[in-house]
Design a protein around this ligand. Structure first.
Ligand code: ATP
Ligand code: MG
Length: 348
């Protein structure tokens, strides 16, 4: 007991975007390099992706490579973190099956993230059963690796709560077996739920409002220049609003004061720049140009490393196989403990 283990992951439904970066990926790299964790598991959740992409398994398959490339490019080090593929671990659906008996249909219906996702996907009453149950399979993922810490974005809070309920229920029914995980949310408000470039919902692969880690520099520029700011800020001299101003939200998430000062020497800090914007006299184009430079500082090196790894997919697949192997060891151990606790380890 007492050892610290991380589980986190992404659905291979598209390339990773800057929302993933500030919401989870950047933190993972820091945690990985902190040396505070005994084991780190980063899951490419292809089975979860299939719950709302059953008609398009090729898309899920193709995006496993893309997500793995994004991980390596962002600084996930396979010597320190295990990158694994969900469908290659048969212990996970078996755990899911046992946990399904510990959750009611009405409890699943109350999950606010799942509710929002059902609406977004226009499922109405045609909700796939697998999709409806994915919070249970996520509980299996987290507990299989005996994870203590789950660094994810805000939308994952209900999943963590569901997992903790399953753990408590399991342990009280069958005896202390599973580890109760803690969520680790991003520190700043902007990173909790980075909005899309349209300024509306959260940035999400399914909504097409993303800046991807793999986007070329020109595309990032184009995206930023067309970003939503303050509709009442018509002339440079008009006072501007920061609330709901996506460009400033992105600066909050990405910019260091030192970068603000370097690229806009009139200001020592981002706060000074914000004050000027609120007073009036600072144009949107200048703020957008700053954001473009800040994003380039982050994305330039990622893009560079990504193109190197993309030349050697067989290396990437070796990384996935090795990470998955280690993940299987741990999840097989958890499954046998679970079955022993339930008394269904028939040693005939
Ligand atoms: P999909 O639309 O397929 O659900 P997604 O863009 O929501 O894709 P996920 O794979 O569901 O991405 O999320 C992976 C991780 O990234 C989760 O921890 C989630 O909380 C985090 N995350 C996703 N979008 C954002 C965002 N806009 N801001 C902060 N964190 C985010
Ligand atoms: Mg999502």
């Amino acid at each position: 007991m007492g050892k610290k283990v991380i589980l986190t992951g992404d659905r291979p439904t598209g390339c990773l975007h800057v929302g993933h970066y500030v919401g989870s990926l950047r933190r993972r790299v820091e945690l990985q390099n902190s040396g505070d964790y005994e084991d780190i598991f980063i899951m490419i959740a292809d089975q979860q992706a299939l719950t709302d992409n059953a008609g398009n398994p090729q898309k899920v398959r193709d995006n496993i490579d893309e997500v793995a490339l994004d991980y390596l490019a962002a600084g996930i080090d396979p010597g320190k973190s295990n990158i694994l593929v969900q469908s290659m671990i048969p212990e996970l659906p078996e755990l899911t099956l046992y946990y399904m008996n510990l959750v009611t249909v009405s409890r699943l219906q109350r999950n606010p993230t799942v509710k929002a996702e059902i609406q977004m996907r226009n499922f109405e009453s045609n909700i796939p059963v697998g999709f409806f149950c994915y919070p249970i399979s996520q509980a299996a993922d987290i507990t299989a690796f005996q994870a203590t810490t789950v660094p994810v974005g805000e939308d994952q809070e209900p999943m963590l709560e569901q997992t903790r309920e399953i753990v408590r229920k399991f342990n009280s029914l069958y005896g202390e077996t599973l580890v109760e995980p803690e969520i680790m949310l991003p520190e700043s408000a902007a990173c909790l739920r980075l909005p899309g470039t349209d300024g509306k919902a959260k940035m999400s692969k399914s909504l097409g409002n993303c800046i991807y880690l793999s986007d070329p520099e020109e595309e990032v520029k184009r995206r930023v220049m067309s970003m939503y700011t303050d509709p009442e800020h018509l002339q440079v001299s008009d006072p501007g609003h920061l609330e709901g101003n996506t460009v400033f939200t992105y600066l909050d998430a990405f910019a260091e004061d030192s970068q603000v000062h370097e690229y806009c020497p009139d200001y020592a800090t981002l706060d000074e720049m914000k004050e000027h914007y609120k007073r009036g006299g600072l144009g949107d184009v200048k703020v957008k140009k700053l954001l473009i430079r800040v994003l380039q500082d982050v994305l330039g090196p990622i893009r560079q490393r990504r193109s190197e790894y993309a030349k050697d997919l067989s290396y990437v697949h070796e990384v996935l196989k090795k990470g998955t192997e280690r993940a299987r060891e741990v999840s097989a151990d958890t499954l046998s403990k679970v079955k022993a606790s339930m008394g269904i380890d028939y040693n005939w």
